[in-house]
Write a new protein. Structure first.
Length: 354
């Protein structure tokens, strides 16, 4: 059941999903267009016991065991990541480190291997490759001066990358589109979650709490809408007053009155058409707005409804029946007339009848 509810929420908010995905996709393309291309290259280095230890088998064996603990390779990785070595390398190339703030580097130890991988990224592909290889050479010199037991040697030198790693419009656009769809779906659901309570609250403001039909304020607003949208449209106003309710309104307990009015409401709703509007006009009177209905047809409709309500109605709380004594009147909204004026004419007719 909840899945169907969320599907309906997404269907109602399809335009939010589409717009969010479109904005995200266009934003990614625009960002990719203005972004500076960044290139990346990698050099690898192998770490092994020094060849000078080949004659000392036990020492070599102990060295290999120490190497398996990976503390040596992690130490060498820190040399490759060293800011001091990086700055010396940059200055040795005749460059200023301040001008290379957009460049970045990182070194990782490959899993299950005594291999180091140095990656450098930046704006100039040739400079990126040169930096990578020079950093490697500078680090090897520094390591060789301090550590004699293990050798570190270049394995695969860095090469000039011909394709930037970012931006990639196709990839970035696809990712942004997917994220936009997800975000749009979330916004659509949140919108529905907010709208439904607000709609329910507005609906409660339009309803009479006792009879559970539209209240007088809503009916009067409907009159104004009819006059503004199509003042020439034929519309009839019908009233049905229950004299028994008028007599007991001040003395009957609220529970009795509520049960009686809601039983009446159930009958009235069963008798009207789908586009008719039913409301409570005053304490003892219900009002009908019957669009596209002339006065004669509207009167016959209300007479048919009245005939359903002339018999006494059983009130379970009191365990007795009440004769409602209903009376009806109808007025048609005339050209240049308002719904409120037609309702007043129908009220005057009721006063004459009842």
């Amino acid at each position: 059941m909840e899945i169907k509810l969320y599907v309906k929420m997404l269907q109602r908010g399809w335009w939010i999903i589409a717009l969010t995905a479109l904005f995200a996709f266009n934003g990614a393309l625009i960002a990719a267009y203005f972004a500076t291309p960044m290139y990346q290259t990698t050099a690898t280095f192998s770490v092994s016991p020094s060849a000078a230890l080949s004659g000392a088998d036990q020492v070599t064996l102990n060295s290999m065991e120490a190497l398996d603990k990976r503390s040596i390779t992690q130490t060498y990785a820190e040399f490759l990541n060293s800011q001091h070595i990086y700055e010396e390398t940059v200055r040795g190339m005749g460059l200023d480190p301040i001008n290379l703030e957009e460049y970045s580097r990182s070194t990782v130890v490959l899993p299950d291997a005594n291999i180091l991988s140095l990656t450098v990224s930046g704006e100039d592909p040739e400079l990126v490759a040169a930096l990578t290889n020079n950093i490697g050479r500078k680090a090897i010199l520094a390591i060789t001066e301090l550590y004699k037991v293990y050798d570190i040697q270049p394995l695969d030198p860095a090469i000039v990358s011909l394709e930037p790693v970012s931006p990639k419009p196709v990839r970035d656009g696809a990712i942004a589109l997917v994220l936009g769809l997800v975000l749009g779906a979330a916004l659509a659901i949140v919108r529905e979650e907010i709208r439904i309570p607000l709609d329910a609250y507005r609906q409660r403001l339009n309803m009479d709490p006792v009879s559970n039909v539209y209240n007088r304020k809503y009916i009067e607003r409907t009159f104004n809408e009819i006059a503004s949208v199509d003042p020439e449209k034929i519309t009839s106003i019908g009233l049905i007053r229950f004299n028994a309710i008028a007599e007991m309104i001040d003395s009957a307990p609220l529970g009795v009155l509520q049960q009686l009015l809601r039983q009446i409401t159930t009958i009235l709703k069963d008798q009207i058409r789908g586009n008719d509007i039913l409301g409570r006009w005053d304490d003892s009177t219900f009002i009908f707005i019957l669009p596209a209905t002339v006065q004669g047809d509207a009167f016959r409709t209300l007479e048919r409804i009245r005939s359903r309500l002339v018999n006494p109605m059983q009130i379970n709380i009191l365990d007795e029946s009440i004769s409602l004594r209903p009376y009806v009147s109808v007025a048609e909204i005339q050209p240049g007339d308002t719904g409120l004026e037609a309702a007043e004419r129908a009220e005057n007719l009721l006063e004459e009848i009842g």
